[in-house]
Write a protein that binds this ligand. Structure first.
Ligand code: ATP
Length: 199
């Protein structure tokens, strides 16, 4: 599995739609200061569901939408699509290519798509769990990230190893099942209270 394509439209400095095609192996993005190199990695984080404005180097989420220049009007929405090659079927989905899209309007409304079908962020998170690709995955190592990993608490570092070991998915399912179990227990208590009242 590898990153095959990234399309950006209205995202930060990319007012026009741009398409970046990646080959297998190493790709280096070079350019002058302020030309938008980091905006590309921000686009990857954002489409994978990043919710932290700070991590996207903004002060509010709206800052990801092209804000205009002296010669060009601001845009009303931002859209990023990321295509992964899944011919190895590394992701448990029966497509050889997976395109994840996130769209956001100035009103704050956000939409997610998996291969052009509307979905929830939860669906994308679950699909990418244990792959290292998700927004908290180790496939994106930003500036200062290594220091952060080395100086973080062992409990926080453990999350990284759990993702690599492929057990996050099961821990997540266990948590969901425990929540359901607890809600069912509460319902049972309520039912037995009502029955007692009726007797
Ligand atoms: P450096 O090499 O200095 O780190 P860089 O190539 O990584 O630079 P970026 O930080 O990706 O550059 O891009 C910064 C540019 O993006 C700035 O010119 C900034 O004005 C522009 N930019 C950021 N957000 C927006 C936005 N919402 N609308 C328009 N332009 C934006």
């Amino acid at each position: 599995m590898y990153l095959k394509k990234l399309e950006l439209y209205g995202f930060k400095s990319f007012a026009n739609k741009i398409e970046l095609n990646f080959e297998k192996g190493v790709t280096a993005v070079v350019g002058p200061n302020g030309s938008g190199k980091s905006n590309i990695s921000d686009g990857i984080k954002w489409v994978l569901g990043e919710q932290s404005v700070k991590s996207l180097r903004g002060s509010k989420m709206e800052d990801v939408i092209f804000a205009g220049t002296s010669t060009r009007k601001p845009l009303g929405m931002s859209e990023v699509s990321l295509t992964l090659d899944n011919s190895s079927q590394a992701l448990p989905i029966e497509y050889d290519e997976i395109t994840i899209t996130r769209r956001m309007y100035r009103s704050g409304e956000s939409e997610y798509y998996l291969n052009k079908s509307a979905c929830r962020l939860k669906d994308i998170r679950e699909l990418l769990m244990d792959t290292g690709i998700g927004k908290d995955g180790y496939s994106i190592i930003g500036q200062g990230k290594i220091d952060e990993i080395l100086s973080s608490k062992s409990e926080d570092r453990r999350q990284l190893f759990e993702e690599a070991a492929g057990i996050v998915k099961y821990k997540h399912r266990k948590n969901e099942a425990e929540k359901k179990l607890s809600a069912t227990k509460d319902n049972l208590i309520r039912v037995s209270d009502i029955l007692n009242e009726l007797e």
